[in-house]
Write a protein that binds this ligand. Structure first.
Ligand SMILES: [Zn+2]
Length: 266
């Protein structure tokens, strides 16, 4: 066994220590670097999230503005899907939109001519089934909608409501101009001749029961069903029917979904 000289031993200890020191140093550097990287990562993640939410906002704005344009474009087109225009508070219809051709179903009650035959068939078949109903409201131009909205709001103001509260009360029962499906010419309010009130009980009449069961066969859906207000933004309206075409009406009915869900989630 070779005896280590004192000098050599010292050198070995120093070297080991140095190496250990170096290792600790490297480790510390790595930890420090990691901390910096982590901090940086956190900043990047925050920046990323910020960017993402900004992009999301932009996307929503873009989607809405294109939907405004698209609804009118879609409605005016002869392509499949013209009956699928989504119109609600988030997707207003261009206030300039007018159906190309209207057909009068009942005096002063007109609809987009493309849905007139199906609507007429539905009303005829309901009558054959011994029911009595009529179209209370059909195509309503933007200006007309604005008139209805303003006069209803005026009523609330006259009852002592401030303008903002009057506005909120009004929009519970009248669509904000530009967001009403009636401007598309694809929506009708049909009510029972025996019970003419526009309230929940309208849904209990034989006429509405028949319509709710059969409307899809003619391309219509009950647009604002019960318990779907959180999705449609509109309370239960057992009288408002919207034309979407026979295939889509069947699908929406079978799946028990709303037009919002059909268009935005599929
Ligand atoms: Zn309606």
């Amino acid at each position: 066994m070779r005896r280590e000289s004192r000098k050599a031993k010292t050198r070995r200890i120093l070297l080991t220590g140095g190496t250990a020191g170096l290792a600790v140093g490297i480790l510390l550097t790595v930890f420090a670097a990691r901390a910096v990287v982590k901090e940086h990562e956190a900043t990047l993640t925050a920046e990323n999230e910020q960017l993402q939410s900004e992009m999301e906002e932009l996307r929503t704005v873009a989607l809405r503005s294109s939907a405004v344009k698209n609804s009118a474009e879609l409605l005016a087109s002869s392509e499949d899907g013209w009956a699928l225009a989504l119109i609600n508070e988030n997707y207003p219809l261009d206030t300039e939109y007018e159906p190309a051709e209207l057909t009068e179903i009942e005096p002063e009650r007109s609809v987009d001519s493309r849905i007139a035959q199906d609507l007429q068939d539905m009303l005829d078949d309901a009558q054959k089934a011994g029911l009595s109903m009529y179209v209370a409201s059909a195509y309503r131009a933007y200006d007309k909608q604005r008139e209805v909205f303003n006069s209803t709001m005026q009523d609330w103001i006259e009852q002592g409501y401030g303008p903002l509260d009057a506005y909120d009360e009004t929009r519970k029962s009248v669509a904000v101009p530009g967001t009403s499906e009636h401007a598309s010419g694809l929506a009708v309010d049909i009510i029972s001749s025996d019970y003419e009130a526009l309230d929940d009980r309208q849904g209990d009449t034989d006429e509405q029961k028949w319509l709710m069961e059969h409307c899809w066969e003619y391309g219509f859906i009950l647009r604002y069903p019960q318990d779907k207000a959180d999705i449609t933004g509109i309370i239960y309206e057992p009288w408002h029917y919207r034309y979407v075409g026979k295939d889509v009406a069947k699908e929406i009915t079978q799946q028990d979904i709303t037009l919002e869900e059909y268009i935005l989630e599929q």
